[in-house]
Ligand binder design. Structure first.
Ligand code: NAP
Length: 252
C-alpha cells in the first residue's frame, strides 16, 4: 500500500480528466492536495474534485488554486499557495495541457505559441517555482505529462508533439541537475486516454488510432494516475529521468 501521508502535492490542470484522477489517487494515498485550473468556468469542476476528495478521505487536506501555468507569476503563486497551506511541496505533477490541432500549412502562429506556452512553458514555470524549496528539503518528486505523440509524432499535431517532446528533454536535463539533492524527475507518456481532450477529436481519427492499440481500447484516466502514483511513491526512489509509457502497447 502506497502511503503519502504528510506529503504535499500540486497537480496542475486537475479540474478534470487525467489531472483530477491523479489528484484523487494521491489523496487516497494520504497526500495533501492543491487542485489547479486556469479558467473561471472550471471552478465548479475543481470544487467537485475537491469535494469528492474530502468525502473520500479524512486524511488529506485539499485546496483549490486558480492559476494559468503559462504565466510565470501565476505559476509562482500556485506553488506559494501550497507552501503557505501545507508548509512544503513534495510532489509536483505538471499535467496542465492543451491541443490546438491543425496541419502545419494551416497552423496559425498563435496555435503554435499557445501550445508551447502552456504545455512546455507551464512545466518550466511550475518546476522552477517548486525546485528551490525541494532542493532545500533535499527531497521531491516532479512528474511531467508528456505524450506518445511527443515520441512518435502525429499529423496535425506538430505543435503538440514539439511541446511533448520538449518535455522529455526538459525532464532528463532537470533530472540530472537535481539528482544530487534527492529529487527525482520523470515523465509519463500516455497513449489514447478517454478524456475531454480526446472526446473532441474527429471520430475517424479516433477509430484509426484505437485500431493501432494492441490492447484494443482507450485507456482510463485512472490508469495513467496509477503510474503517476507509483512514480510519486517510495518504491520509485531509484527511478529518475525516465519516460514511462502508458499506452496499451501503442508505444512499444
Ligand atoms: P483535459 O481533460 O483537457 O484537462 C486539461 C486540464 O488542464 C483542465 O483541468 C484544464 O483546466 C487545465 N489547463 C489547461 N490549460 C491550463 C493552464 N494554462 N493553466 C492551468 N491549467 C490549465 O486534458 P487531459 O486529457 O486530462 O490531459 C491531461 C494531460 O495529459 C495533458 O498534458 C495532455 O497533453 C496529456 N495527455 C493526454 C492524453 C489523452 O489521451 N487524453 C494523451 C497523452 C497525454 P482549465 O479548463 O480551467 O484550463
Amino acid at each position: 500500500m502506497i502511503d503519502l501521508t504528510g506529503k504535499a502535492a500540486v497537480v496542475t490542470g486537475s479540474s478534470r480528466g487525467i489531472g483530477a484522477a491523479v489528484a484523487r489517487r494521491l489523496a487516497e494515498a494520504g497526500a495533501d492536495l492543491v487542485i489547479n485550473h486556469s479558467r473561471k468556468e472550471s471552478r465548479d469542476e475543481a470544487e467537485a474534485v475537491a469535494e469528492s476528495i474530502s468525502a473520500q478521505t479524512e486524511r488529506s487536506r485539499v485546496i483549490i488554486s486558480q492559476a494559468d501555468v503559462s504565466q510565470a507569476e501565476e505559476a509562482q503563486n500556485l506553488i506559494r499557495s501550497c507552501l503557505h497551506e501545507f508548509e512544503s511541496i513534495d510532489i509536483l505533477v505538471n499535467n496542465a495541457g492543451i491541443t490546438r490541432d491543425r496541419l502545419l500549412i494551416r497552423m496559425k502562429e498563435e496555435d503554435w505559441h499557445e501550445t508551447l506556452r502552456v504545455n512546455l512553458g507551464g512545466t518550466f514555470n511550475c518546476s522552477k517555482a517548486a525546485v528551490r524549496t525541494m532542493m532545500k528539503q533535499r527531497s521531491g518528486r516532479i512528474i511531467n505529462l508528456s505524450s506518445i505523440i511527443g515520441l512518435i509524432g502525429n499529423a496535425g499535431q506538430a505543435n503538440y508533439a514539439a511541446s511533448k517532446s520538449g518535455i522529455v528533454g526538459f525532464t532528463k536535463s532537470l533530472a540530472r541537475e537535481v539528482a544530487g539533492r534527492n529529487i527525482t524527475v520523470n515523465a509519463v507518456a500516455p497513449g489514447f486516454i478517454a478524456t475531454e481532450m480526446t472526446a473532441e477529436m474527429p471520430e475517424k481519427i479516433k477509430e484509426e488510432m484505437l485500431s493501432r492499440v494492441p490492447l484494443k481500447r482507450a485507456g482510463e484516466a485512472e490508469e495513467v494516475a496509477d503510474a503517476i502514483l507509483f512514480l510519486a511513491s517510495e518504491g520509485a526512489a531509484y527511478i529518475t529521468g525516465e519516460v514511462l509509457k502508458v499506452t496499451g502497447g501503442l508505444g512499444m
